[in-house]
Design a protein. Structure first.
Length: 160
């Protein structure tokens, strides 16, 4: 597994642009909320640590991960954000539903990145078990939300 020997929460603050002038949107799936709340908290903590102002972090909730691309699109269209982080968690079940949801969300986010000038950062866990998601949302592998926040800051800088 890709994160087995990596802590998702580690970053070198000296290599990150100051986030103070930026506005961030975060669209959070309510499905698997114990995981998505951990990811959200990791993202916000990292953004603030890198200089973002709390009032410049806007949160919208959507019912599930499949709705994340639409939520991100509407956030880009209706608010003045410099980047959007989409946060979700899809855990493998006994049916192909997992594959369809993961593929749809991935393609939707890619489509937004190709068609808008606002970066949309993919922070959707697609794990086989709940334990793997726990490990990546503040557990033994750190927090993917932290990694997404750092990616958002860096991508804003790419577009400047």
């Amino acid at each position: 597994m890709a994160t087995e020997n990596k802590n998702l929460s580690n970053y070198d603050k000296a290599t990150i642009p100051n986030a103070k002038p930026f506005r961030f949107g975060i669209v959070v799936s309510e499905w698997n909320d114990t995981i998505t709340e951990g990811l959200y908290n990791g993202a916000v903590t990292a953004l603030i640590d890198c200089g973002a102002q709390e009032e410049n972090i806007i949160r919208w909730n959507v019912p599930g991960s499949f709705e994340l691309p639409y939520g991100a699109k509407k956030m880009i269209q209706k608010t003045a954000v410099d980047a959007v982080i989409v946060i979700g968690c899809v855990i493998q079940g006994e049916t192909k539903h997992f594959d369809f949801v993961c593929e749809g969300v991935t393609q939707g986010i890619m489509h937004l990145n190709m068609n808008y000038d606002t970066p949309v950062i993919f922070c959707v866990l697609t794990d086989n078990t709940m334990q793997q998601s726990i490990d990546r949302s503040g557990g033994k592998h750190g927090n993917k939300g932290t990694e997404a926040a750092i990616a958002a800051i860096k991508m804003i800088a790419v577009g400047e």
